[in-house]
Design a protein around this ligand. Structure first.
Ligand SMILES: Nc1nc2c(ncn2[C@@H]2O[C@H](COP(=O)(O)OP(=O)(O)OP(=O)(O)O)[C@@H](O)[C@H]2O)c(=O)[nH]1
Ligand SMILES: [Mg+2]
Length: 201
């Protein structure tokens, strides 16, 4: 399938599960803690500079953003978790939205794959491990994207990748892909997994 990635548009920035679009296109989901680089990576994959808003202050917006790509599929930018300074009301909204997205979503069969982002240098946080545990139990297909791979030097990068690869919460066979919105590393591999997932489930 040929995809014109730059032919993409924001469908809706949903602050409530009732606003989730009813468009029947397959979805690939980007999940991860606040500031891990979800929106930046979406822009890189789409070859767009600033379609997905990159946050200057993390954790500010609690919305699920749906991007339609070339009329063929939808990329979903989930709100980031783990932002300590977020007010309790926003944390409750995060839970309602994210939980709603996975468990109360009448179109959940459209979710073809989840890209779980983990900061390569930081490694999986407690919240990341909880999310990975959820994904393992969900039966959803997922891959781990190790973000900001441009930051560590060569030695720390190798060590960090080895640590991540041997993380108990990431089963064998789940791809772990180093990537960077800054250098474009991982873009083609992510696009390949994306296309592969669209034909499945
Ligand atoms: N060095 C480096 N910085 C990055 C990379 N990706 C994102 N950043 C920076 O990390 C910060 C957060 O990026 P976002 O893409 O907004 O992160 P997010 O996961 O969407 O954050 P929330 O929307 O708050 O959940 C920004 O300052 C980006 O410029 C990367 O690959 N390399
Ligand atoms: Mg974002």
């Amino acid at each position: 399938m040929q995809i014109n990635y730059s032919d993409s548009e924001l469908l809706i920035s949903a602050g409530d599960i009732r606003q989730f679009p009813s468009i029947l296109l397959p979805q690939a989901v980007f999940s991860g803690r606040s500031n891990v680089g979800k929106s930046s990576l979406i822009n890189t994959i789409l070859g767009r500079k600033s379609l997905a808003r990159v946050s200057s202050s993390p954790g500010k917006t609690v919305t699920v953003n749906f991007y339609r790509v070339d009329g063929k599929f939808v990329l979903v930018d989930l709100p980031g978790y783990g932002y300590a300074k977020r007010p309790a009301a926003d944390k409750a909204r995060w839970s309602a939205l994210t939980d709603g997205f996975f468990t109360k979503n009448k179109n959940s069969d459209l979710i073809k794959t989840v890209f779980q982002l983990v900061d390569l240098e930081v490694g999986p946080t407690e919240d990341d491990l909880m999310m990975l545990d959820f994904l393992n139990r969900s039966g959803l297909s997922f891959a781990v994207l190790a973000t900001k791979a441009d930051k560590p030097n060569k030695t720390s990068r190798c060590e960090a990748l080895l640590r991540l690869g041997s993380c108990g919460a990431i089963p064998e066979g789940v791809p772990v892909i180093p990537c960077s919105a800054k250098t474009g590393e991982g873009k083609e591999e992510i696009r390949r997994l994306l296309l592969q997932s669209l034909g499945s489930r």
